[in-house]
Design a protein around this ligand. Structure first.
Ligand code: ATP
Length: 267
């Protein structure tokens, strides 16, 4: 494994408690890939097949990457985050071995979650320019996935896409990405939790989180981060005068919400 591949390996310090709402999604992830790893013998006793990966789909900024990283953190596993476009670039740039190296890296550092973003980029109707590259990478990718499934060796596979309809159907066969989970825009409760989590440790007056959540209809988690950012920037300006941090207030956030456009409308 060369140094270039090693840069992908991370040890996350987030876990499920850092994810607002999404209890259903967390439970599905747990049942599909975490429990089988922790209780392989139980599954065996009941003759229940384990293996296969999770494909998350949904609007941008709603926590797919965050969830994958937290899944690794939850079981104290390593985390490899790689985009399909990076994989395609590797193939075009250097050698076919690279995708294999990513999987090797995971196998040598188990337990390990491999998260592959933008999987739809390998879709049948994409990459017209690089059709050959695309096909080769797809085939290699499928055989790597099959390799994981048969050896059940502590490598957990998660993928994400905003456009599942572009995905090559071969990826969805049993033992590959055979569980598909919709990661929806955060509901009221989740938005409240996201504000709560992301404001921890910041100088704040008591904040009416409910009213922020209510005013943030159709906001993604990333949009909520943007709101917090806008409010903080404003507060920083005020604090420059005397160098003392002024606490953020509910009103600051309500003002900031008006300046951020919700991004999940069409979903
Ligand atoms: P993309 O499709 O653009 O890759 P994504 O679904 O992977 O988007 P993330 O990158 O996981 O989105 O989310 C963006 C940021 O929004 C995260 O870093 C996190 O801070 C915040 N966020 C999103 N959802 C949640 C959540 N449920 N709880 C806490 N933070 C969240």
């Amino acid at each position: 494994i060369d140094d270039d591949a090693l840069r992908f390996l991370k040890k996350p310090n987030t876990s499920f408690k850092d994810i607002g709402g999404m209890d259903k999604v967390k439970e599905e992830i747990s049942l599909k890939i975490i429990k089988p790893l922790e209780h392989a013998d139980l599954y065996k006793a009941y003759g229940k097949k384990i293996g296969g990966g999770i494909l998350m789909y949904g609007p941008p900024g709603c926590g797919k990457t965050h969830l994958a990283r937290a899944t690794a953190g939850e079981i104290n596993a390593n985390f490899i985050n790689v985009g399909i476009n990076e994989i395609l670039d590797m193939w075009l740039g250097s050698s076919e071995r690279n995708l294999h190296e990513i999987f090797e890296l995971a196998r040598k550092n188990t337990p390990c979650v491999i998260f592959i973003d933008e999987i739809d980029a390998l879709g049948a109707n994409r990459n017209d320019v690089n059709k050959t590259a695309g096909r080769t990478v797809i085939n290699q990718f499928l055989s790597e996935l099959d390799g994981i499934e048969s050896s059940n060796d502590g490598v957990l596979i998660m993928g994400a896409t905003n456009a599942p309809w572009y995905l090559d159907p071969a990826f969805r066969r049993p033992g590959r990405f055979d569980r598909i989970i919709f990661v929806s825009p955060p509901d009221l409760e989740a938005r409240e939790a996201i504000y709560d989590i992301n404001l921890k440790g910041k100088p704040c007056d008591p904040i009416d989180l409910k009213s922020l959540a209510k005013s943030s209809k159709e906001f993604s988690g990333a949009d909520i981060n943007a709101v917090i950012d806008v409010a903080i920037e404003k507060k920083l300006q005020e604090s420059f005068k005397d160098g003392i941090p002024k606490p953020l207030t509910t009103k600051d956030f309500l003002k900031a919400i008006k300046q951020v456009k919700p991004s999940t409308k069409e979903w």
